[in-house]
Design a protein around this ligand. Sequence first.
Ligand code: WTA
Length: 653
Amino acid sequence: MSVQIDHLLHESRRFPPSPEFAASSVATESLYTDAAADRLGFWAEQARDLLHWHKPFTRTLDWTNPPFAKWFDDGELNVAYNCLDRHVLAGNGDRIALHWEGEPGDSRAISYAQLTTEVKRAANVLLGLGVRAGDRVAIYLPMIPEAVVAMLAVARIGAVHSVIFGGFSAESLRSRIDDAEAVVVITADGGYRKGRATPLKPAVDAALASGDSSVHTVLVVERTGGDVEWNERDKWWHEELAGVSDEHEAQPFPAENPLFILYTSGTTGKPKGILHTSGGYLTQVAFTHKNVFDLKPEKDVFWCTADVGWITGHSYVVYGPLANGATQVLYEGTPDTPHPGRWWEIIEKYKVSILYTAPTAIRTFMKIGRQEPQKFDLTSLRLLGSVGEPINPEAWMWYREVIGNQLTPVVDTWWQTETGAIMISALPGLTEAKPGAAQVAIPGVSIDVIGEDGEHVGHGNGGLLVVTEPWPSMLRGIWGDPERYIETYWEKFQDAPNGPLYFAGDGARLDRDGDIWLLGRVDDVMNVSGHRLSTAEIESSLVAHGVVAEAAVVGAHDDTTGQAVVAFVIIKYSQTDAASHADISAVLRAHVTLQIGAIARPREIHIVTELPKTRSGKIMRRLLRDVAEGREIGDTTTLADTSIMQIISASMR
Ligand code: WTA
């Protein structure tokens, strides 16, 4: 890794914003100076400027019981009102909120007025089903407008949504429904992916089959028209919406009212339900969406390609853009269906001006070649963003040159499910960009890079990324598990002189100018195509299969997906003759897909006879990563049996 870092730090290309871009920049230097002079006053001002408060707040931050923060907590607002009604009341009801494009080519343009009406109806349906403020509603939908409507309807009545990515299996869905004790599930018959109608509802049926769940109603959106099995608890979304009034007055809720739970992988097998609340979250997503993306809502067409099942979709498809009254594109399908230029075609069709996507997508397009994007008119683009994993300078340069016509700024944004909104990013009209670096904390956010000893590392050095002050969109906890919240994020640096530091789990380095370069996770969390996966979760899925005695999983470098899942398994003695290795690995890959979802399916499974362990029995994943990446094997002296690595390497040739 260090060779790669040194190479990165010699990156000397610099891209200042063009004079035209800088001249009309939404963000100004005063953001930095104001935030530096009075950080809390700065956030209070943003909250007042960017949002409508039914009841104004007088307290900005309550940090008397760290790490449990409260922001703007005596204020009251309605999140959906902020994303909808107020734009209509301001005379922007005819502005398009969503240009939705289905994978088969069907499309819908939905104005702010229409979206508001839909959300009011859906809110009335939920109320009619007995859903009340604080109740949890699970959402398991493809990328269709109803996903946005469902989330906002839940928010509108002060309930809490838990969106589960449509690629997750029935079992993953079940565990998330149970953990949150959801009362309603909103799903669809299916969605379109890779040219096919893919069913979704069977996974919900399977998740609820045992009959002992907290869910009393399943609302089903009709998308593909495929056959669905029908249960007593099921109701068609369109029938329910047709049967209610489109009048609904948004009630205010306290700023700290929970808005959503979103499950993400941690270092243990059990996913964590990250909890976000209303006022602080909405303030920071609106602030970052406006300033990082230089948003001019009357002119821009914004497109964030993330699925609403991930935090990027929550913050930069739903809440940030809609709070700011932006027009955006929502696309249902895969980038290569029905042809490899689909994204570029969509950009041309809707004149997208701001594109926000992940490095893994950019690298895939690089492999396909520039001839695809060059078939389309991409001159509407004026700003490009990247998120989800470190972007290598080559991909950054390609993105700017081929997609951005050598002109557009590229912002690399670092943040997490837990941080709720962007934390580190250039501001495109102000910052001189460096390919590959996320660069600077946004105004009002305090970041540091420190050593294990808690000391600032100084320019030119690497260490651990921490957030040193509470921020408005910070997670408020892990659903039902305050201890795990403290342990995971705050215990490591709890004794810092100015209060505990938030430990992000990422390594970072400061270059000679003090700019931040992200180096990837320092824990047992992998990042595959920008999705977080836990080694422990996949290992426990593998050992749950009858043939497996032991399993170790590592994230190995992959040119396209950033990292790939590589598993090493020991087969039970009684099973060793049962089938060939190829058969066993096919069975196990299918098993992980069924248990967790296709995103967790290992790229490779190696059947081995031993795993490298320390004398205390801890698996040394570092050595397995060396093997998986075809590198010379590192220091083996702490292994209980130092010959094991030769045996493993030999068995893989
Ligand atoms: C990684 C996604 C480098 C990081 C918004 C973090 C990044 C994890 C970047 C969070 C970036 C995200 N540069 N690494 N610009 N953005 N990451 O929760 O390891 O899905 O901890 O949130 O992705 O992933 P999550």
